[in-house]
Design a protein around this ligand. Structure first.
Ligand code: SF4
Ligand code: SF4
Length: 229
């Protein structure tokens, strides 16, 4: 009872948002992300921890149901803003149903691309075009399209669609055919990288480091110098 009164007095003091997050009633600043709201409420963050707000790691998967809506959707807690009456909960990691073993060196043979995709991801051609993966993706990636392109051997086109995938694996959970779209996407991206030339600026930079022409400033803010042995 005391807790509810404290919540209400906080609401009255300014424009605040009340929501339920993983079973905790919390008050959040308007405009805060779910992740910020969780941290500001003093709740411990011991799982689903990754890049902490950069939107690049996919670790802070959440199920979200908006006020008045029956169905819940998926999102990243670092990108979804709090809304009044929202219910959210962190989602566990979804491992692939089975491991996908392949030889990275064999990916350089573009003549066998279609065979390799078919051998490692035989389920890809079973896509039932249900769009579950598209709806689950918090990055707005055309996952279904990627799966269909990959199943047709169009590895480069499929890889390009997957450029912004953060490996949250929500599409893996959503797929009724166990295609593991996130892992298929990673596979075609690796195939793409294995077949195409490396970026010239990366090669130049690596060469400069090898030749000692890229000094590392250990005094720079945030630098992490190696331990003296
Ligand atoms: S494609 Fe799948 S793993 Fe990648 S961001 Fe979208 S839902 Fe997450
Ligand atoms: S969820 Fe699976 S079956 Fe449905 S469209 Fe996506 S890849 Fe195809």
């Amino acid at each position: 009872m005391y807790f509810e009164e404290a919540l209400l007095s906080e609401i009255e003091s300014g424009p605040k948002i009340q929501l339920v997050f993983d079973g905790h009633s919390i008050i959040a600043e308007a405009g805060a992300s779910l992740l910020q709201a969780w941290a500001a409420a003093g709740l411990p963050l011991i799982e689903n921890v990754g890049c902490m707000g950069q939107g690049v790691c996919g670790a802070c998967r959440v199920l979200v149901r908006r006020k008045g809506e029956r169905l819940a959707g998926t999102a990243l807690a670092c990108e979804m803003q709090v809304e009044d009456g929202m219910q959210a909960s962190f989602v566990d990691h979804f491992p692939a149903r089975r491991p996908h073993a392949y030889d990275l060196h064999a990916l350089t043979d573009s003549w066998t691309a279609l065979d390799q995709i078919d051998a490692v991801f035989p389920e890809a051609k079973n896509c039932r075009h249900c769009s579950g993966c598209d709806r689950a993706c918090p990055k707005g990636i055309e996952v279904q399209n990627m799966v269909n392109l990959a199943a047709a051997g169009q590895a480069f086109a499929a890889a390009a669609l997957f450029d912004h995938c953060v490996m949250c694996n929500l599409c893996v959970a959503a797929c009724p055919e166990h295609i593991d779209p996130a892992h298929l996407g990673q596979f075609v991206r690796r195939m793409n990288a294995a077949i195409t030339l490396r970026p010239a600026d990366l090669i130049t930079r690596l060469r400069e480091i090898d030749q000692g022409r890229q000094p590392i400033d250990f005094e720079a803010p945030g630098a992490n110098p190696p331990f003296e042995s």
